[in-house]
Design a protein around this ligand. Sequence first.
Ligand code: SAM
Length: 239
Amino acid sequence: MAPRNASPVPHLTSLYHFESTGGFGSRSYPGNCGGLLIRDLLLYFKAARVLDPMSGSGTCGQVCRSLGIPFKSGDIHRGFDATDPASYRYLRGRFDFVWAHPPYWRQKIYADDPRDLSRAPTLDAFLDRYAAFISASAAVLSSGGHFAILMGDYTDRQIGFVPLTFHTKRFAYHAGLVSACTDIIRFSHGNSSSSKVYQSSFIPGLHDVCMIFRKPHKHRPPNTRPHRSPTHGDRTHGR
Ligand SMILES: C[S@@+](CC[C@H](N)C(=O)[O-])C[C@H]1O[C@@H](n2cnc3c(N)ncnc32)[C@H](O)[C@@H]1O
């Protein structure tokens, strides 16, 4: 049971488990994520202009169209490299909401283009370009705008466990963003791995994490006068 509150989307909680895609996007597209979570976030944050820089089958765009929200999108399949700040020049203007569902490194390979993030040859190369992507997308976000990233931790056959959600937060903070609210744990439905039988022992990961960041408003110049209590004066000695 979630506490009642004034949210315009009361069913949006830190646990998300809709099996339906809402009819948005294409289930057959590798890594497709369904549109209901995107719709709920856009409604909750009252998004006015949206960017999806890794749009895949166009789920986010379809949600925006259904809500009448202006949006732009790009994908490496259409020549848009989200890790390159130069790509964003043609988008014109800022966005108050960015939705992104990037590759989980090489868990799935998406495009023949060598700039496809899933084709990064090493984990370090992936992380460098993933950080560049977060920073480039954060740069086109308006102050006070929100950046939602859907990401999952991933166990690589050679490297082992790769905590991509940890790295996401690290890079987002480095790009000047801050966490806006709770993480949203999205239950996975219909994973191809669910029906397989493995000889090895492991704890199956059955969720992704949607992390929502905010671009803080520019700070006013810091107040250089030290705070003094009008009644007690400067009584910090002895502490
Ligand atoms: C997990 S899929 C996104 C799926 C999408 N959310 C949907 O519902 O269909 C990741 C997408 O990132 C794209 N991609 C990979 N590297 C990219 C890059 N450097 N720039 C832009 N898009 C990239 C892939 O082509 C793929 O479509």
